[in-house]
Design a protein around this ligand. Structure first.
Ligand code: SF4
Ligand code: SF4
Length: 292
C-alpha cells in the first residue's frame, strides 16, 4: 500500500482543487484522508455523507468542584497560564487557557480539582460523491493537538485501506509547516508540493521542502498559475533542478479552478478543459513514480 501526501506551504495555491481531481482519478483504488483538520474544504467537492462520527479527546483540563473548594487560592497562585479566575466569588477554570498540566490539582488541599478529558474535535468516516471511504476530521474551536488528530485520521485511513484492499492512501495535508504537516508527512511514500510563482509561494515551498527533506521522502512539485510570473516560475524550476526534485508539471492560470469549485466538481469532472488533461498527465507521472 502506498501513501501520497499533497501539501503546500501556504493556502490558496489550488492544492484542494488538485487533490480533489487526483481523488477522482484514483477513486477505484484509494482511500482519501483529509488531513486539513483546521480548515477542511475538500467536502465542498466530495460532498461526504457521514457514516461514522467519533469524538476526539487528546488533552486534559482542570475542573473545580466548588462544593469541595475552600477558596484557599493556591491553584490560582501556581497556574502559570492564568487559567483560574474568581467568578461570582467562586474559583473557576477558564478552559481556553488551561494547558492541562495538573499543577493546580497537586497543590489543592481540598481535593477539589479533577483533570478531565477535553473534547478536542470529531473525526468521521464518510461516503463521498465519487470516492469511498473518505476519512476527515474537525478540530474544536480554540483547541490544539491538530498533529494528533492528523495522525489519527491517517491511521484510520490505513486500517480502512487494509480492510478494503485499497492500494493507495491519498492524503490532503494542511498548509504551513507545523505539527499537522509533520504528522501528514510521517510514513508517506511520496510528497507533492503545490506552489505558485509568487514571492510567498517560493518562500513557503522552500520552507516546506526543508521539512520534508528531514523525512527523506521522494517528492515532486506542481507549479500552479505558472504563467502569472515567468521569473518566479523559472526560480521554482531552477530550485527543483538544484535540489533534484521531480518537476511534475506547470499549470497555467485558468478560471476553471473557480468554476469547478462553484459547481462543486473536481476539475477533471468539469466539461472538457485544457487543465483537465494536464492534471491527468501529472497524476500519471505520480503513479508511475510511486509504482502504482
Ligand atoms: S491544569 Fe495547569 S493550566 Fe490548567 S488550570 Fe491547572 S495549573 Fe492551570
Ligand atoms: S486550591 Fe483547591 S481549594 Fe484552593 S481555591 Fe483552588 S480549588 Fe479551591
Amino acid at each position: 500500500m502506498k501513501e501520497i501526501v499533497i501539501i503546500s506551504g501556504k493556502g490558496g495555491t489550488g492544492k484542494t482543487s488538485l487533490t480533489a481531481s487526483f481523488s477522482y482519478l484514483a477513486r477505484h483504488y484509494a482511500v482519501i484522508a483529509d488531513c486539513d483538520v483546521d480548515a477542511a474544504d475538500m467536502h465542498l467537492i466530495l460532498k461526504p455523507k457521514i457514516k461514522r462520527k467519533e469524538d476526539f479527546y487528546s488533552s486534559l483540563e482542570a475542573v473545580i468542584d466548588n462544593e469541595k473548594c475552600i477558596s484557599c487560592g493556591r491553584c490560582q497562585q501556581v497556574c502559570r497560564f492564568d487559567a483560574i479566575d474568581i467568578i461570582n466569588n467562586e474559583y473557576k477554570v477558564i478552559p481556553l487557557n488551561c494547558e492541562g498540566c495538573g499543577y493546580c490539582q497537586k497543590v489543592c488541599p481540598a481535593e477539589a480539582i479533577e483533570m478531565k478529558k477535553r473534547l478536542d474535535g470529531e473525526w468521521y468516516i464518510s461516503e463521498s460523491r465519487f470516492v469511498t471511504p473518505l476519512v476527515h476530521a474537525k478540530l474544536g474551536i480554540g483547541t490544539e493537538n491538530s498533529g494528533k488528530l492528523v495522525a489519527l485520521v491517517k491511521n484510520i485511513a490505513k486500517q480502512l485501506a487494509e480492510i478494503g484492499k485499497k492500494e493507495l492512501i491519498l492524503v490532503d495535508g494542511s498548509p504551513g509547516i507545523g505539527c499537522p504537516v509533520i504528522s501528514s508527512l510521517s510514513g508517506a511514500n511520496f510528497v507533492v508540493f503545490v506552489t505558485e510563482p509568487t514571492v510567498s509561494g517560493v518562500h513557503d515551498l522552500k520552507r516546506v521542502y526543508e521539512l520534508a527533506k528531514k523525512f527523506n521522502i521522494p517528492c515532486g512539485i506542481i507549479v500552479n498559475k505558472a504563467d502569472l510570473n515567468f521569473e518566479k516560475a523559472q526560480e521554482i524550476v531552477n530550485f527543483a533542478q538544484t535540489e533534484n526534485i521531480n518537476l511534475l508539471g506547470q499549470i497555467p492560470y485558468n478560471d476553471v479552478f473557480t468554476k469547478a469549485m462553484v459547481k462543486g466538481l473536481s476539475i477533471v469532472e468539469y466539461k472538457n478543459n485544457e487543465i483537465s488533461n494536464k492534471i491527468k498527465d501529472i497524476w500519471n507521472k505520480i503513479i508511475k513514480i510511486v509504482n502504482l
